[in-house]
Design a protein around this ligand. Structure first.
Ligand SMILES: Nc1nc2c(c(=O)[nH]1)N[C@H]1C(S)=C(S)[C@@H](COP(=O)(O)OP(=O)(O)OC[C@H]3O[C@@H](n4cnc5c(N)ncnc54)[C@H](O)[C@@H]3O)O[C@H]1N2
Ligand code: MOO
Length: 390
């Protein structure tokens, strides 16, 4: 059995950043930018008023008691006459500052009588001006790789970038295996259960920016598995679930080998997740996950998510860990790195009392995986331990 870290290293060797595509800005949210986006203009493109008021020359302020209003600058309608001594222009928020003016007096501090304004009191010190390019300048870059958030989309729009080059979405084929499985919504026989893993994994991987496809369930026989592998052959990553262990009906490894799998490893020192296998199957990366529902999902967090991020151009690295004190004693760990289902609350972490890798209700209650190194000794309440947020 190899360690979790060694397994992850080998998994990273199976994937590379994918090719790119150009998408319209309206479809770019959540995608990972593959090329820097460059601002095509200054923002603001001119010095603009930040308030509604009057644009004046600050040099006049100490002397003059009254200013003559000679025109108006509104957003989208610049006033193109220079402001002279003791003159001003009516100005509105977002409007270009007329030549000559270098300060805006807000209208609350002014009385107006016809074309004349006077200050009513303390006008403060702010100029109420947004300088040209004070947000960003032409040529400024939003750098890749970057997962585009709504705030990035707004920035790109302001930069007048209407198309973005992003990494293609990883195409991931998810194959449940087992005679006992039916799809959600179907009527299971008395000895059957519902296939849950593919649905949980699809949700996890799609959220990360992949395009995960749930293939038909492969029954526990060679022709069925071969058919599903054939349906999956164009995928970037093929993930099987179940049939990975040592039972008589655990055929995934054997069938994949006969189809030409270049196997990198089988079995890792991890709990849950021991019977994990991986390799290259023709052009696709292949990962065979254990069937136990929590094992499959934990392996998704620990292995599949970092692989997908590497395909999306991010550095190949393990899922980042955080630290928190544990709320109760926990006994010594065995020889496998243990990813205990746990609940983080008020910055403290509590291992769930039941750790069976079949328990999806416990997994759904968990919001963290408490990580125990192999052979970790007993731990006391209050000790700081690593966890993965999930
Ligand atoms: N003698 C041994 N038995 C087992 C070992 C072992 O080392 N020696 N390892 C155990 C461990 S650890 C795991 S994990 C499981 C993994 O077994 P498989 O990958 O072969 O998975 P299956 O036997 O096909 O299924 C296990 C369990 O999960 C259910 N399952 C499978 N697929 C799905 C799915 N898509 N959705 C929901 N549930 C699924 C399946 O019905 C079984 O209950 O092996 C142990 N045994
Ligand atoms: O190690 Mo298995 O992956 O418990 O459930």
């Amino acid at each position: 059995m190899i360690s979790v870290g060694a397994a992850l290293e080998q998994l990273f060797e199976l994937v590379t950043p994918l090719d790119t595509e150009t998408v319209p800005l309206v479809e770019a949210s959540g995608r990972v930018m593959a090329q820097d986006a460059i601002a095509e203009r200054d923002q603001p493109p001119f010095s603009a008023s930040a308030m509604d008021g009057y644009a004046v020359r600050s040099a006049d302020i100490s002397e003059a008691t009254a200013f003559k209003v000679i025109g108006e600058s509104a957003a989208g309608h610049a006033f193109d006459t220079e402001i002279g001594p003791n003159q001003c222009a009516r100005i509105f928020t977002g409007a270009p500052l007329p030549a000559g003016a270098d300060r805006v007096i807000i209208q609350e501090d002014v009385t107006r009588d016809g074309d004349t304004i006077k200050f009513t009191g303390d006008i403060g010190t702010s100029t109420h001006i947004r300088a040209q390019a004070s947000d960003f300048a032409i040529g400024d870059a939003l750098t890749a790789p970057r997962r585009l958030r709504p705030s990035d989309i707004a920035l790109l729009a302001a930069m007048n970038v209407d198309k973005v080059t992003v990494y293609r979405k990883p195409d991931i084929a998810l194959i449940s295996t087992g005679d006992e499985l039916v799809m959600p919504g179907e009527t299971p026989g008395p000895d059957q259960i519902i296939a849950s893993n593919t649905f949980g994994l699809k949700a996890m991987l799609d959220e990360l920016g992949a395009n995960a496809r749930i293939l038909p369930i492969a029954r526990d026989n060679r022709p069925a598995l071969e058919l599903c592998f054939d349906l999956a052959k164009d995928a970037d990553l093929i993930v099987t679930i179940g049939g990975a262990s040592v039972g008589d009906h655990d055929l995934v490894g054997k069938v994949a080998a006969d189809l030409g799998l270049d196997q990198k490893f089988y079995k890792i020192a991890m709990r849950p997740g021991k019977p994990l296998m991986a390799g290259k199957l023709q052009n696709a990366a292949f990962v065979g996950l254990p069937g136990n529902p929590v094992s499959a999902m934990v392996c998704g967090h620990v292995f599949l998510k970092p692989m997908v991020l590497a395909m999306l151009g991010f550095p190949a690295q393990a899922a980042p860990r955080l630290e928190a004190p544990i709320t109760a004693d926990i006994p010594a760990n065995g020889p496998r790195e243990h990813y205990m289902r746990a609940h983080l609350k008020d910055s403290q972490i509590t291992a769930e009392s039941r750790q069976d890798s079949a328990l999806l209700s416990v997994f759904a209650d968990a919001n963290a995986l408490l990580v125990r190194p192999p052979h970790d000794g007993p731990r006391k309440a209050g000790e700081i331990m690593d966890y993965l947020p999930i």
